[in-house]
Design a protein around this ligand. Structure first.
Ligand code: TYD
Ligand code: MG
Length: 456
């Protein structure tokens, strides 16, 4: 009897070896190598690495210009993250924690695509047709050309695609479908790789826009090997803070667009609703001036959002003062405290410091430095700043305020939300035409900014 050949595959990084190791030579993790059978390649078989269309090399100038088609999904926020809509023949992976709303998003988008473009096949290995029906009713996604198929066998899915010839295919989720020819369990490395390979081939051969749901492991990688991310055209994460109703869609890889864009949704009783003006969500009503609070105009992708930074600086009862930050890098806070102490003479070394970005957003661009500095100083000095002020600027180590990009857009957003004064870097102010109704105060140093904030 022929000996069955096996190999070991790391379920973290996809590293393959014929010999067993306790520690993966690829990623260095312990105990991640799993044994699997090596399949004999069928001659001219269905290996997904085989190009769908063999062709000779052609000069790049003579490649027929593909008119890039984009299908709107009915969600402007999703379209933007995808780079302007769904591309026919593309394979998109939607990752996220269980319960975050991936199925909801795709069901709503499927109904809208089905209405505009024709049949969409929604394959669910997680829910029965009745469950999907109930959900669709609640989401007002009752659309006759949205076809649901509760199925986990990939061959059956392929046959259904042959029969129906849909425009778009949704697989919810990749961890539940399986290829009957591969012996390992659904969700295993071999299954996920093989199924994604077959879906990839199907997508390219039939120009079928395919959306795949992938659950995320607690390590943060899409379950199964990372190689899933390499195989698809775009990887989009759906994420959200546990205690908030809004959800953020973020592209981490996109062959058809930028990865800077985010889409913002709100989870309601009737499903996901797009949030066109995120600042309204992140900026609660701020009528009264309170200490330790400053509004900054940050950017998420190309979109400005206005967010409140809150700081609490208080005498420390500890030998080493506490410093915690949420929504902003704690190292950035430490750096700002050092600048304030050294350049502005604020005695902060025996103070506990807590910084919080309201609404649970994450700020990671330097343009929010000035707002952070002002909120810290405001709390330390117990002096409020006007609730009608916005702060924009990067703070350098010498206490200078450095210029930031896209100032016009940030100011535009601030004016829309009724802010009346904006403290900006002097370097930006030179060529800046402030929008009407907005007083622009140009500053060169943090000291000058404090003067404007607390005395102006
Ligand atoms: P779901 O789409 O099933 O998440 P995933 O597919 O990512 O696992 O979303 C489930 C959550 O969304 C659940 O906790 C309930 C909530 N939800 C609403 O708040 N409103 C709705 O209309 C729907 C359909 C779900
Ligand atoms: Mg789901």
């Amino acid at each position: 009897m022929a000996k069955v050949k096996t190999r070991y595959v790391c379920h973290g990084c996809g590293y393959q070896t014929v010999k067993f190791f306790g520690r993966c030579p690829g990623c260095g993790e312990w105990g991640t190598l799993l044994e699997e059978a090596i399949e004999e390649p069928t001659p001219g078989g269905r290996g997904w690495l085989r190009p769908a269309h063999r062709s000779d090399p052609v000069p790049i100038t003579e490649v027929p210009a593909a008119c890039e088609e984009r299908w709107p999904t009915g969600f402007g926020e999703l379209d933007r993250v995808l780079g302007g809509g769904l591309v026919p023949g593309s394979l998109v992976l939607i990752g996220g924690d269980p319960g975050i709303g991936k199925s909801t998003l795709l069901l709503q988008a499927s109904a809208q695509i089905a209405q505009a473009r024709g049949p969409v096949l929604y394959v669910s290995g997680e829910e029965s047709s009745r469950q999907i029906h109930l959900r669709a009713r609640r989401l007002k996604a009752m659309e006759p050309s949205l076809l649901v198929l509760p199925e986990t066998d990939l061959s059956a899915v392929e046959r259904a695609v042959e029969r129906i010839d849909p425009r778009c295919l949704v697989i919810d989720s990749i961890q539940t479908v399986h290829d009957p020819d591969v012996s390992s369990a659904p969700g295993s490395v071999a299954q996920v790789r093989e199924c994604t390979g077959r879906l990839l081939r199907l997508a390219k051969e039939r120009e079928l826009a395919t959306l795949i749901v992938g659950h995320v492991t607690k390590e943060g990688a899409i379950a199964g090997p990372r190689l899933l991310e390499h195989m698809v055209d775009a990887v989009v994460y759906f994420e959200g803070a546990r205690h908030h109703t809004y959800r953020i869609l973020r592209a981490v890889k996109n062959r058809f667009g930028s990865t800077n864009e985010i889409g913002i949704f709100e989870m309601r009783d009737g499903g996901l609703r797009e949030v066109h003006n995120p600042s309204e969500l992140f900026l609660p009503d701020r009528q009264i001036a309170s200490t330790g609070s400053a509004v900054v105009a940050g950017l998420e992708g190309t979109r400005p959002i206005l967010v409140e930074i809150q700081a609490l600086v208080a005498d420390s009862g500890y030998a080493v003062p506490r410093r915690t930050a949420s929504g902003i890098d704690v190292q950035r806070v430490a750096l700002m405290l050092a600048v304030l102490e050294k350049r502005c003479g604020l005695y902060l070394r025996n103070q506990d410091t807590y910084v919080n970005v309201a609404g649970g957003v994450r700020l990671d661009e330097p343009a929010v430095d000035l707002g952070l500095a002002v909120s810290l100083a405001s709390s330390f000095r117990d002096r409020p700043v006007s609730p009608r002020d916005v702060y924009i600027g990067e703070v350098g180590l010498t206490g200078e305020i450095r210029t930031v990009s896209r100032m016009e857009q940030r100011l535009g957003e601030a004016v829309k939300l009724g802010f009346q004064r904006c403290i900006v870097p002097a370097g930006n102010a030179r060529e800046l035409h402030g929008p009407p109704g907005m007083e622009i105060i140009a500053v060169e140093t943090v000291e000058a900014a404090f003067k404007a904030a607390f005395e102006g």
